[in-house]
Write a protein that binds this ligand. Structure first.
Ligand code: DQA
Length: 138
């Protein structure tokens, strides 16, 4: 099983960014733990603050992976381009959000990814990425 986690803007700042919302954990360390826990899974990780780079990575990942775990962060709520990319590719995409976007500001309730996602995991902190991996293993 080959999976890739794609993280969007400002998620490189996890650990120091609004820790009351996103927690104190750094993503790179968390990713190493995920690799250790799911040692049978070939896990890759990509993060970008640039919308087009996320679109390129989604296109490049198509057919190369069994699944994509996407937290497009703020672009979730604004990017028709990322939404179209998720629609265009064949590889299933699970949408993850660390916080419960539905319990936050109205503008976070809209997702351009959700209509074409295989499933959505929100509000479970970093554990959401682990739940997304498990969803592909089932
Ligand atoms: C987020 C939620 C988004 O609304 C926000 O812009 C983020 C992170 C989350 O994981 O909770 O940057 O995707």
């Amino acid at each position: 099983m080959k999976l890739i986690i794609i993280n969007g803007p400002n998620l490189n700042l996890l650990g120091s960014r609004e820790p009351d919302i996103y927690g104190k954990g750094n993503f790179e360390e968390f990713f190493e733990n995920l690799q250790a826990i799911y040692s049978d899974v070939e896990l890759s990780y990509f993060q970008s603050n640039v919308e087009g780079e996320i679109i390129n990575k989604l296109q490049e990942s198509d057919n190369d992976f069994d699944g994509i775990i996407l937290n497009a962060a703020a672009y979730t709520h604004t990017s028709v381009g990322i939404g179209d990319a998720v629609k265009a590719i064949v590889t299933p995409v699970v949408e993850v959000h660390i916080s419960n976007i539905h319990a936050r500001e109205d503008f976070r309730h809209k997702s351009f990814i959700a209509p074409n996602a295989k499933g959505i995991i929100v509000g479970f902190g970093l554990q959401g990425y682990s739940l997304a991996i498990q969803s592909f293993l089932k």
